[in-house]
Design a protein around this ligand. Structure first.
Ligand code: 26V
Length: 796
């Protein structure tokens, strides 16, 4: 390990070598690139040692297949996990380099839409930090999730060119390329892996995130001496298709459109991933694959990689010569599946014709899976046509990917207790009746290393000063903070940390938006994808209600609040974009109204991503988790907020239910319909919003404002929102929950007036957040689903 002096010299030398400039001429990007490249020097040996250890010990390894990974920046994580952060921070400081500025020069790896991709990244961090043999398998998109800017209140999308400054963390492994076969006319595509090291915290483990990039196949079957225009056209078509495969991440996590390229991406991922895994196993452990399910586990993150099931069948039968029964036994014992949504419009299904023409052999296998599955059902439930039709893998001209995933795996889990219960009782009820032993719950988690230790070093330091560092390895040790919950001294220190984070966020907002915030106001935050079911619109409506009340009575005694929003809308999601426009319009109106005397401020921050989340979440006083009960599978920002001492206001949805169990009902503010009540409301049809509109004057006033010209927009901009809210059965029960939400906000107001009680609640939230570390989640997967054990990689 380098000393501080050696670090300083090494950095200067590396800047010279890479950027060809002296330290004082170097940009932040130059310094970042030099430091990152120096860190690469530390990684290689550990990486090789880890891989060798797994191979020598014939350790069972898990491969986490996901169409999305959302790691964010890696410099700080890597420095910290390698134990180099301190020495480098000191060295940089002595060179007069601002570490934060340098770290901010890194671009986010944003290869995901939201919760699903971020969860995958948290799992990789926990796997490596627990010393578990587990790797990611994904796609190296040239363009990650679009960059969002807001122009005149409207979301504008720009491509995310994250690879423009060569990604320093990836290692192109040209020698490990494989080929992926599609039906004509696409044919053969080359898949080249780019490996990103995943470094464990304070151990010697370095696992791998392998991202595949599509390239033209080696050698073209054309006759060079007589290239016809037809040949050229075909070549160009092929080239365009291949280049498109790993070009863009689909930016819609709401609506399954059956896009052809998406299907190509899904097969590209699973075929390349499986081929490279099997090649590796055969090389290291011999060519007999009969015990594959004891050698590896394949986990599919939602149904996007569910073609792994027929692809593994194809490899075992067509390439390894196994019979159906043996191949099926191995496949189902190897693969496990997590469901991440119950929204019907997000469930993947592919038209039979499309799948058959793109992947003829894969379709044949799916067809056979369906035949055999239906025969098994027929035997068990003779004559029950409706049941069998409802469970079939192929029905009504579609391949139903969730059905394929359940039939072809040995484990099916939801991501929070409530969600898993809904899967068993409702969405997948017939499958649960058929094979109850497959079903289980694995409540999501987040890595406390990124979301507490890195994002909030002040808080992490305070915790370590108070209870020692054991919580870093065992996050449930955070409970040792409980005796300090009522300590005024500790509360004061926590107050100071929160204030510091609020000021940092306020500075960012001033620098970028020229809006001045009162950092003593309550920071009331809702940051996540913009979706109807997440109900940013409900939040906006109550701000309108509060604003009206304050206008009517300027002396109204309320705690000043700053409402902070951020989140991207899918580019084609009209209503979500309208919600953004409404929030931005409200911010213009309220922020510039002198009558409000700065009691209320609203900001919508552009381009929400992992790095922005790291800035916002530690600064939050209030965490808005207000989805319609039964719709948010888990949520994970709710966990990040509680870990940073924010108080949750939320519905009994997703993991909010378990957060309440953890902290106790008195340390969270719960409101609104339960999942059962919401379902009943939908089913009985008695949730006509007009009833509430007519009954509740406050509802009427707010909803009417959308169309009566009180908002500073020209024309009928918000009529679609008005119509959405009043449409019978159309909305997500915003109006049904409105009154309860206002009451809950009033409760928050009362609660935050008692500083002692409020900080006590905050401390209890932090203290009980340990069980929401992804270390706990990953251990549960490792023990109960993957059957993998931690490695002890020897020091060399
Ligand atoms: C769905 C779809 C639907 C078809 C079009 C493309 C596409 C892309 C992604 C998705 C995934 C949506 C599911 C998802 O992100 N679920 C979120 O998963 C989080 C991690 O488990 C969980 O915390 C959130 O509650 C859940 O919404």
């Amino acid at each position: 390990m380098l000393t501080k002096e050696e670090c300083k010299a090494a950095l200067q030398k590396r800047i010279l070598a890479l950027a060809g400039t002296s330290l004082d001429e170097a940009s932040a990007a130059d310094k970042y690139a030099a430091l990152a490249s120096l860190i690469r020097d530390y990684i290689g040996q550990r990486w090789v040692d880890t891989t060798r250890y797994y191979d020598d010990q014939k350790q069972k390894q898990v491969y986490y297949f996901s169409i999305e990974f959302l790691p964010g920046r890696l410099l700080d994580t890597n420095l910290r996990n390698l134990g180099l952060r301190e020495v480098w921070c000191e060295a940089l400081a002595e060179l007069g380099i601002d570490y934060t500025e340098l770290a901010n020069a890194e671009r986010d790896a944003g290869l995901g839409n939201g919760g699903l991709g971020r969860l995958a990244a948290c799992f990789l961090d926990s796997l490596a930090s627990l010393g578990l043999p587990g790797h990611g398998c994904g796609i190296r998109y040239t363009y990650g999730l679009f960059e969002q800017s807001i122009i005149d209140g409207v979301q504008v999308e720009k491509p995310d060119t994250w690879l423009s400054d060569l990604d320093i963390w990836e290692y192109r492994k040209a020698g490990k390329a494989v080929t992926v076969e599609f039906g004509p006319p696409l044919g053969t595509v080359k898949a080249v892996p780019y490996d990103i090291p995943v470094i464990g915290f304070d151990n010697r483990t370095v696992n791998t995130l392998r991202l595949w990039s599509a390239e033209l196949r080696d050698g073209l079957n054309v006759n060079y001496s007589s290239l016809t225009p037809g040949d050229i056209r075909k070549l160009l078509e092929y080239k365009n298709w291949v280049e498109a495969i790993s070009q863009i991440l689909y930016p819609d996590d709401r609506y399954e459109e059956g896009r052809h390229l998406r299907l190509v991406q899904e097969y590209f991922l699973v075929s390349a991933g499986l081929k490279s895994i099997i090649r590796h196993i055969k090389r290291k452990q011999g060519s007999n694959l009969s015990y594959l399910a004891n050698q590896i586990a394949i986990h599919i993150n939602d149904t996007h990689p569910a073609l792994a099931i027929p692809e593994l069948m194809r490899i075992l039968m067509d390439e390894e010569g196994m019979g159906w029964d043996e191949a099926w036994d191995i496949t189902t014992h190897t693969i496990s599946y997590t469901n991440h949504t119950v929204l019907p419009e997000a469930l993947e299904k592919w038209p039979v014709d499309q799948l058959r023409s793109l992947l003829p052999r894969i379709y044949e296998i799916i067809h056979e899976i369906n035949e055999r599955f239906c025969a098994e059902l027929w035997k068990r439930y003779p004559g029950e046509w409706d049941r069998i039709a409802a469970m079939a893998v192929i029905a009504d001209g579609f391949v139903k990917m969730a059905h394929l995933a359940v039939a072809g795996s040995h484990s099916v889990n939801g991501v929070a207790e409530l969600h898993s219960r809904i899967l068993q009782d409702d969405l997948l009820h017939l499958f649960y009746q058929h094979t109850p032993q497959k079903f289980n719950n694995k409540t999501n988690g987040i890595t406390h290393r990124r979301w507490l230790l890195s994002a909030n070093p002040g808080l992490a330091g305070l915790i370590t000063d108070t209870i020692g560092p054991a919580w870093l390895q065992r996050p449930t040790e955070l409970e040792r903070l409980l005796p300090f919950a009522a300590s005024t001294a500790f509360q004061q220190k926590l107050t100071a940390v929160k204030q510091d984070r609020k000021e940092a966020l306020a500075k960012f907002i001033f620098d970028n938006y020229h809006i001045t915030l009162d950092t003593h106001s309550l920071f009331d935050v809702q940051v996540k994808r913009i979706h109807a079911y997440k109900r940013q619109l409900l939040n906006a409506l109550r701000i309108m209600e509060l604003y009206q009340r304050l206008k009517a009575d300027p002396g109204l005694d309320i705690l000043p609040r700053t409402f902070i929003f951020a989140g991207k809308a899918a580019p084609g999601y009209y209503l979500a974009k309208k919600v953004i426009q409404l929030i931005v319009t409200l911010s213009k109106q309220i922020n510039n109204d002198p009558a409000i005397q700065d009691k209320l401020k609203i900001v919508f921050l552009e381009n929400y991503n992992v790095s922005l989340a790291e800035l916002i979440i530690p600064a939050a006083d209030i965490s808005e988790q207000i989805s319609t009960a039964g719709k948010e599978a888990s949520g994970t920002s709710n966990m990040k907020f509680m870990m940073n001492g924010a108080i949750t206001i939320g519905t009994l949805d997703g993991a909010n239910v378990e957060i309440r169990e953890a902290v106790g009902d008195e340390n969270i503010v719960i409101f609104g319909l339960t999942a059962e009540e919401a379902t009943a409301c939908y089913q009985t049809g008695q949730c006509d919003p007009m009833i509430i509109y007519n009954q509740d004057e406050r509802v009427r006033n707010c909803v009417n404002q959308l169309i009566d010209g009180s908002l500073p927009v020209i024309g009928d901009e918000f009529k679609p929102l008005y119509e959405y809210l009043l449409h019978p059965n159309g909305a997500f029960l915003e109006l049904q929950d409105f009154a309860a939400y206002l009451d809950a906000q009033a409760k928050i107001d009362r609660l935050f007036r008692n500083k002692h009680a409020r900080w006590q609640m905050a401390i209890k939230n932090i203290a009980h957040s340990g069980r929401f570390s992804s270390d706990r989640t990953v251990k549960e997967y490792a023990d109960a689903i993957w059957h993998i054990r931690p490695a002890e990689i020897p020091q060399r």
